[in-house]
Write a protein that binds this ligand. Structure first.
Ligand SMILES: NC(=O)c1ccc[n+]([C@@H]2O[C@H](COP(=O)([O-])OP(=O)(O)OC[C@H]3O[C@@H](n4cnc5c(N)ncnc54)[C@H](O)[C@@H]3O)[C@@H](O)[C@H]2O)c1
Length: 389
């Protein structure tokens, strides 16, 4: 049987008469992530221009963010004369479900959203942006949206990639899509009102990027991390380099593999056990805290394998503690870790593809972590954590 290309590039037919077709096409994707200081200043047009000017805007704002910034957001639209409707959505891990997605979809329908020219604005933390992103990817199969992250995790992680998602059953982010926002506007001024724990939570994801790809970022965190948390990135300690390196590091990893065809992902560091631990501990642990527990454990595994020296292991754990992050938790035990690994192996299509740090700033992938190794590493992590108290 011959294969011929007919009609247009990418449509292939087979057989005479034709009895089979192959359609090959590509989806070019371009999106912008941009630091945009003074985003809510009516003199700054960025909020209305992101994703294209004109039309109206449906603005979905997380509940707490509305309490803190809703007045300024409304004033921005009124001052600029851009028609809008603002809807407030409670968004935290326990309501990160399809029900919240339907609530957003209802608002989109009621608003009579235009198909292309009226990007939805998602203003909030990672949960809000993941929920609104999923709603937008489903509504008319694809509706543009703009991310405006207001948490540290949002600024360096949840706001900049392509993924949307909600939890399903006991599984974190089990339902989701790849639907990048047309633009992400980063304004660190939102961090001024974020509580200390959520700042530490975001620092965990920055630490992840440092550990697997950016030694200089680690040095900056080691030197300035505590002060940046204390000052909420608004004080005299320069936080620009930390934020910029974190976003750049994240995007450098994501861009060549945006659709995750390659399942060896260094950005999965800290995300092998943490999804199960986070969901089992709900609402006790925040996302970044669960990620940190995973990183603390895998730091020990890497040390036991000779990939890190003792000084590096202890320095990493010490920095975690200084950032207010947990190093050990009762769920870091063999049964939970075993269940987590089983789920992760499924997620990674039958192999562990387990990222482990090599020193500080690099990583490798392994497939041979055993239950006995996990149990021993969990015990050692607990001992190290107790000894440090
Ligand atoms: N899509 C992705 O690629 C991606 C990447 C990383 C994390 N995530 C997801 O992000 C979520 C975690 O995000 P998060 O840490 O932003 O949590 P979050 O969205 O739950 O927000 C944390 C808390 O901060 C409050 N808040 C938000 N902005 C504030 C502000 N400026 N001032 C004061 N309070 C504020 C919120 O009310 C909320 O209680 C997880 O569900 C995780 O799965 C997604």
């Amino acid at each position: 049987m011959t294969t011929t290309e007919t009609l247009s590039h990418g449509l292939f037919t087979r057989g005479e008469p034709v009895s089979a077709w192959t359609v090959a096409t590509a989806l070019p994707v371009t999106y912008e992530v941009r630091f945009t200081p003074r985003l809510l200043d009516p003199a700054n047009p960025a909020l209305g221009n992101a994703g294209g000017a004109g039309g109206r805007r449906l603005v979905v704002v997380e509940e707490t963010v509305d309490r803190l910034y809703g007045g300024r957001i409304r004033r921005w639209f009124e001052a600029r004369g851009l028609p809008y409707r603002l809807c407030v959505l409670p968004a935290h891990e326990q309501v990160k479900t399809m029900d919240s997605v339907y609530r957003v979809v209802e608002q989109m329908d009621r608003f009579g959203l235009a198909r292309r020219g009226e990007p939805v604005l998602a203003v909030g933390g990672g949960v809000l942006m993941d929920v609104v992103g999923l709603a937008c990817s489903l509504y008319r199969r694809s509706t543009p949206f703009v991310r405006i992250p207001t948490t540290l995790i949002g600024l360096v992680d949840a706001g900049v990639g392509a993924k949307t998602g909600v939890n399903f059953g006991d599984h974190k982010n089990r339902l989701g899509t790849y639907h990048p926002a047309v633009a992400t506007l980063l304004d660190p001024a939102f961090l001024a009102t974020l509580d200390r724990r959520h700042l530490g939570n975001g620092m965990a994801e920055i630490l992840k990027i440092a550990l697997v790809r950016d030694r200089r970022l680690f040095e900056r965190l080691d030197r300035d991390g505590e002060a940046l948390v204390a000052e909420r990135f608004q004080g005299p300690t320069p936080g620009g380099e930390v934020l910029t390196r974190a976003v750049h590091g994240m995007l450098s990893e994501l861009q060549p593999n945006l659709w995750e065809h390659r399942l060896e992902r260094s950005m999965d560091y800290g995300h092998s056990f943490s999804p199960t631990v986070e969901m089992r501990a709900l609402p006790e642990l925040l996302h970044g805290e669960a990620v940190c527990l995973d990183m603390a454990l895998t730091t020990v595994i890497a040390h036991r394998r000779g990939l890190l020296d003792t000084g590096q292991r202890d320095r990493i754990h010490r920095l975690m503690r200084r950032l207010g992050l947990p190093v050990w938790h009762p769920l870091i035990e063999p049964a939970t870790l075993g269940d987590a690994l089983t789920d992760t192996v499924r997620h990674r299509d039958g192999r562990q593809r387990f990222p482990l740090p090599i020193g500080i700033g690099d990583c490798c992938f392994v497939d041979d972590v055993t239950a006995a190794e996990l149990a021993a590493a969990a015990r050692e992590t607990e001992e190290l954590s107790c000894a440090a108290r």
